[in-house]
Design a protein around this ligand. Structure first.
Ligand code: G3P
Length: 288
């Protein structure tokens, strides 16, 4: 059962609908699901195919993704399912717009995931104007979050998510939860059209820390959600702080939200590396 005091929505981060069922059974609720190319490559059907040395054709791989997304959407009909546009550094805005429209039509409750690149922001602007819901992913800086806010100005309620990746900042010694805090503080001065979705959550500290910092949505892997259920679905108190003494703080930046999207510096080596990893995991599924 959803704890009464829980304000955030809880999503599962994973590519296997069997995991969706297990988490729903353990939690007694689930508000949505996020997927990405790496998670899809680990999904049992794809993983088994790869293990046998098999590959999908380009159209089969999209059929596979659509089938999994439909199964998830059926399990969480009132929630949201994020489906990622397969992209790399060279994918143009036009390609992302075409892919995004097609992915959005797969299920009634899709958010289309786009990377925070110049092309991704341009695609987001166009797709949002067409009524498509988007989830802007691979966010590693507050300035990227400001650019997403600006590029999607005018979006409707619930139409835009932003996914800052906590764990990958921690991986290089920076306190990823500080980015959640910084974006939440910056967005508090805005109109609320971008929902803050804490991602790359690796354990209870990230999960409870994101809730305590006021994330609108937290997506977490099955293991983290099952662990939370086992502990009795505890919620953090106002003083909750995740242990982070071995991590370097990320300072809050006073960035105005009113600039044009192209005026923000959206560069991040972690975004570049993340895109490469997603593209490589996705391309490994496909026979060329
Ligand atoms: O939600 C994004 C997530 O799937 C990335 O997590 O653990 O690969 O950094 P991770």
């Amino acid at each position: 059962m959803r704890p009464r005091a829980l304000r955030a929505r809880i999503f599962l981060d994973g590519g296997d609908p069997a995991g969706t069922r297990r988490v729903q059974a353990a939690l007694g609720f689930l508000d949505g699901q996020t997927t990405n190319p790496t998670l899809m490559a680990k999904s049992p059907l794809a993983a088994a195919k790869l293990a046998e040395g098999g590959r999908f054709t380009p159209s089969e791989v999209m059929d596979f993704y659509r089938q999994v997304a439909r199964e998830m959407a059926g399990l969480i009909p009132e929630g949201s399912v994020s489906i990622e546009v397969p992209a790399d550094r060279d994918t143009s805005a036009e390609e992302m717009i075409g892919q995004g429209r097609s992915l959005f039509a797969w299920i009634p409750n899709a958010h289309v995931k786009l990377p925070i690149t110049r092309a991704g922001l341009e695609a987001a602007k166009a797709l949002v104007a067409q009524g498509v819901r988007v989830n802007m992913t691979l966010c590693f800086t507050q300035e990227q979050a400001a650019a997403v806010y600006a590029a999607t100005a005018g979006a409707g309620p619930g139409q835009v998510f932003i996914s800052p990746f906590i764990g990958r900042l921690d991986d290089r010694g920076e306190n990823g939860l500080d980015l959640i805090a910084g974006i939440a503080r910056m967005y508090a001065g805005g109109d609320g059209h971008v929902a803050l979705l804490a991602a790359s959550v690796r354990g209870q500290g990230h999960f409870l820390g994101s809730l305590a910092l006021g994330a609108d949505i937290v997506t977490a892997p099955e293991s983290v959600l099952l662990d939370w259920a086992e502990k009795g679905l505890p919620l953090p108190g106002p003083e909750y702080a995740c242990e982070s003494s071995d991590l370097r703080p990320i300072a809050f930046l006073d960035i105005p939200l009113a600039r044009r999207p192209e005026e923000y510096d959206i560069s991040s080596d972690l975004t570049d590396q993340g895109l490469e990893r997603f593209a490589s995991d996705w391309n490994a599924l496909i026979a060329r």
